[in-house]
Design a protein around this ligand. Structure first.
Ligand code: G3P
Length: 217
């Protein structure tokens, strides 16, 4: 399973990347807003840190404008993946950009039917949004399972990029189903290290070690 970080926070990306935990990065207009940075500038900085795919999202509504934006974004660095929304125009843009040899991430996917269309349009990645489905009492993880089953049935090469991840359980559940990639905020990735029994055990070891009166170095 590949780990993408869902952020435009350069310091957070650098910290996880130094640990070898970053296979790629995803951004979107909201994350660019949160960073307070210029999209071209911050995306270039991220591409200089991370070797893997870095998704940068188009904002136009019409296919021809998305293609124009995508062609501009791919000039930032060779590892740019163009992110387009799962609309009919987005699928047209996906087809053109992927035929040109660019990686395309089709985002805002909320149904298996949409995921089939993205695969047919040549998407490199499909981004089903787990958390936002859970938010409206749909089962986000069930969507990951449906897409996995369908893509496997027909040997579609589009990679399932589980997105809108809000918890550690989302990551482990997506991994069990066989999502190819997860993209999660840095805080959720770091929370994977936490366990109450680890904390309790360490507390005990620290207390017992103090009683020995010994030192290792
Ligand atoms: O990158 C898109 C996706 O991961 C957004 O997540 O938490 O805003 O639904 P969220």
């Amino acid at each position: 399973m590949k780990f993408f970080v869902d952020t435009a926070d350069v310091a957070a990306i650098r910290e996880l990347n130094d640990l070898g935990m970053v296979d790629g990065v995803t951004t979107n207009p909201s994350l660019i807003l949160k960073s307070g940075r210029d999209i071209l500038e911050v995306t270039k900085e991220i591409c200089d840190i991370v070797e893997g795919p870095v998704s940068a999202e188009v904002v136009a509504a019409k296919a021809e404008d998305m293609i124009r934006e995508g062609e501009h974004l791919v000039k930032i660095a060779p590892n740019i993946t163009v992110k387009v929304p799962l609309t009919w125009d987005g699928l047209k843009a996906c087809k053109v950009l992927s035929s040109q040899g660019h990686k395309v991430n089709v985002t805002l996917c909320f149904s298996a039917a949409q995921a089939i269309l993205a695969a047919k349009a040549g998407a490199t990645f499909i981004s089903p949004f787990i958390g936002r489905l859970d938010d409206i009492n749909f089962d986000g993880m069930e969507l990951i399972a449906q897409i996995r089953e369908i893509y496997d049935n027909y040997d579609f090469q589009t990679q399932i990029l589980a997105a809108s991840i809000r918890s550690v359980n989302h990551i482990t559940d997506a991994a069990r189903i066989g999502a190819d990639v997860i993209t999660a905020p840095p805080a959720v990735i770091k929370a994977m290290a936490n366990h109450v029994l680890t904390d309790k055990g360490l507390e005990q070891f620290t207390a017992d070690w103090a009683k020995t009166g010994q030192k290792i170095v």
